[in-house]
Design a protein. Structure first.
Length: 278
């Protein structure tokens, strides 16, 4: 069994987990919720196994490298960070309704990687510029940050739904955590994401200097990473210095998520040193 098959199976496991979380939330079925948790845990294990197997396969092909260098591999790792971070949150907050908003995003990442005809799952040798240990540090830290921002996005949607139906008219939303808890969780995930994105930008600059002889070149990916960083820096500043909470933080979190999406996908449509990521 090769890594591509393992990761394709992971896609369907995440899809099943996402479906079970949504059904468990809508029908308030705790048994389905527990099943969704175990399915997602299995997905994380399968995802991890697929990444490790792909790493081993690269050595068997004679050019061993970390499987983090193209769009397919980054999407696979992205899905892993989203699902793993969600499971940590579930363990901490003991509320599975969050899974209905987080695990589907992990599934979408894997589905895009596995099913898109424009994305190749072939293992290719690294370009010379990518042969650096700084690449691993850069990609891992950036995608942990992105994963945290994705979870914050899902929780922000929950907050807005909860806030809009504060009168209790929609009973399906009664299983959501309290609005204050959702607001605090959004804030904590954004702090985590901001920390790792900052480290990712720094390690990326060091990598750029070793590969191209300069720390910063205003490449589209670099520019949009900085824009994303400023969006979340503005959010944290507003929270700490202006005491922003609730709806305004949730909306800014969604704006930040849009910036993350463009940084990750949109810049691949533009010419630049990061265009190899497609």
């Amino acid at each position: 069994m090769d890594s591509s098959l393992v990761l394709s199976i992971t896609t369907f496991i995440y899809g099943l987990g996402a479906f079970l979380y949504v059904v468990a939330w809508i029908f308030k079925n705790p048994l389905l919720g527990k099943l969704a948790t175990w399915v997602t845990v299995s997905g994380v294990a399968c995802n991890t196994a697929g990444i490790i197997l792909r790493w081993v396969e690269s050595y068997q092909l004679g050019f061993g490298r970390a499987p983090l260098s193209n769009l397919y591999e980054s999407l696979v790792f992205f899905a892993l960070t989203i699902a793993a971070l969600y499971l940590i949150i579930e363990q901490r907050y003991h509320n599975r309704t969050i899974g209905a908003f987080a695990v589907p995003l992990a599934f979408l990442s894997m589905a895009y990687a596995s099913l898109s005809p424009n994305i190749s799952d072939q293992i290719q040798p690294l370009l010379p510029a990518l042969k650096s240990n700084w690449l691993i540090a850069h990609v891992v830290t950036c995608f942990i940050g992105y994963g945290a921002f994705v979870v914050a996005f899902g929780v922000s949607l929950m907050y807005l739904l909860k806030n809009r139906s504060s009168g209790g008219k929609h009973r399906s939303l009664n299983s959501f955590p309290k609005a204050k808890v959702l607001d605090e969780l959004t804030y904590r995930m954004i702090i985590l994401g901001f920390l790792f994105l900052s480290i990712g930008i720094i390690t990326g600059a060091v990598w750029a200097n070793s590969a191209w002889g300069r720390y910063w070149g205003w490449d589209p990916k670099e520019t949009w990473s900085l824009i994303t960083w400023f969006v979340y820096a503005t959010l944290l500043h507003a929270r700490v210095m202006r005491s922003w909470q609730g709806k305004r933080i949730a909306v800014l979190s969604i704006v930040g998520f849009a910036a993350v999406l463009f940084t990750y996908f949109g810049v691949n449509l533009l010419p630049g040193l990061h265009s190899y990521g497609t």
